[in-house]
Ligand binder design. Structure first.
Ligand code: SAM
Ligand code: SF4
Ligand code: SF4
Length: 349
């Protein structure tokens, strides 16, 4: 086989657009206690909605086997996500198993924070490197409106943030999905609140993921508009990326009191630098956030595939990858109505 045309100078495996795999996102469960309007709207996912059964999920051993092959193929980062990952029982056990993979540089988790205060210390002890927390507003009424829940307010999430900080997670990235007319009025308040805390606020453009959030382009607040709004109050300056292909554009307040990130997937797509693969809780491998179909790795494992066979299968899927949905969206060349996309809570962002 002509290996040279599928490997870059670091000997990593490349897809059809010459992108190596660097980052594996693992959804450990599809269920969630929240019903965020942009992800799992309450009208479509009522409380009695049946999520995946326990027996349909990959076991920790199966997840670790798959993750090990990804690391062998060039991945250096793993993010655990969901649904809400802290709903998966015994998660620290999975973290210990993943931590044992030689070559894995960064193991992190994205959570809505509802149970973070309870679990932060155990996650840290198990070997988790970093935590990202999702919080879209400091205002209880807005928070309840977005999350579709009225039990537990912002203070509970902030308790989780404090517990994670005390457990040794630093810096913590606080992800804010920005929707015009929903939470954008509160963004400056968030900047003020997080100054001098060491946490990094990351503003994420509201995306047309899944099929159910009735996304409209005019609800997106482009990242440069947020930068301009902040600049009216605080001098702000761009910061170079930490590494090539970093998703968030980095800025900081000029007085050094805060670092900010902007994920501009809609206004400035970054498919050319997309090195991410996504594994759903039932073992489907997706090569794009906007994909319609996943590749069934769980079936492969159930059929008794060896590690070598698993390796070859994953390599083949990645090498066939040509996804660049966001770039095509920007050119108005997409029509996915006929072919529904995977939902965000199934692959975890
Ligand atoms: N439940 C966890 C949480 O909310 O942090 C992890 C899973 S959630 C799907 C991962 C991230 O995706 C969250 O930060 C969430 O805000 C983001 N997200 C979900 N739907 C989105 C959308 N339509 N546009 C942009 N970000 C979205
Ligand atoms: Fe749950 Fe996260 Fe989706 Fe909100 S964004 S509904 S917290 S999975
Ligand atoms: Fe990656 Fe797909 Fe997003 Fe482009 S649209 S950045 S290929 S996940």
């Amino acid at each position: 086989m002509a290996m040279n045309n599928i490997q870059d100078k670091d000997n990593a495996m490349l897809d059809t657009l010459q992108r190596p795999v660097r980052d594996l996102r693992i959804s450990v469960i599809d269920a969630c206690n929240f019903r965020c309007s942009y992800c799992m709207p309450i009208e479509k996912y009522p409380d009695y909605y049946e999520f995946m059964h326990k027996g349909e999920r990959l076991s920790f051993e199966q997840i670790t086997r798959i993750a090990r092959q990804f690391v062998a193929l060039g991945a250096v980062k793993i993010r655990l996500t969901g649904g809400e990952p802290l709903l998966r029982r015994d998660l620290p056990e999975l973290i210990c198993q993943l931590r044992g993979i030689a070559g894995l540089e960064d193991l992190n988790l994205t959570t809505n924070g509802y149970w973070l205060a309870e679990h932060a210390a155990a996650l840290r002890q198990a070997g988790l490197d970093r935590v990202n927390l999702s919080l879209d507003s400091l205002d209880d009424a807005v928070f309840h409106r977005i999350t579709g829940r009225s039990n537990g307010g912002v203070e509970r999430i902030l308790d989780g943030l404090r517990a994670a900080h005390e457990a040794g997670f630093k810096p913590i990235k606080v992800n804010v999905v920005v929707q015009r007319g929903v939470n954008d009025e509160g963004l400056l308040e968030m900047v003020e609140f997080f100054r001098h805390t060491g946490h990094i606020l990351r503003f994420i453009e509201y995306m047309d993921v899944g099929n159910l959030n009735e996304w409209e382009q005019d609800e997106v607040v482009p990242y440069h508009e947020i930068v301009d709004r902040i600049a009216e109050v605080h001098p702000i300056e761009a910061v170079p990326p930490n590494y090539k292909g970093e998703v968030a554009r980095r800025f900081r307040l000029a007085d050094g009191s805060a670092e900010l990130g902007f994920v501009s997937s809609v206004s400035k797509p970054f498919c050319g630098d997309c090195h991410r693969a996504r594994l759903s809780a039932d073992g489907k491998l997706y090569t794009c956030l906007f994909a319609s179909n996943g590749h069934d790795l769980r079936q492969l494992l159930q059929d008794g595939a060896s590690d070598d066979e698993l390796h070859t299968a994953i390599a083949g899927i990645w090498q066939g990858r040509g996804d660049r949905y966001s770039e095509l969206r920007a050119k108005h060349r997409i029509d996915t109505d006929a072919d529904p996309k995977v939902e965000m809570f199934a692959i975890g962002g």
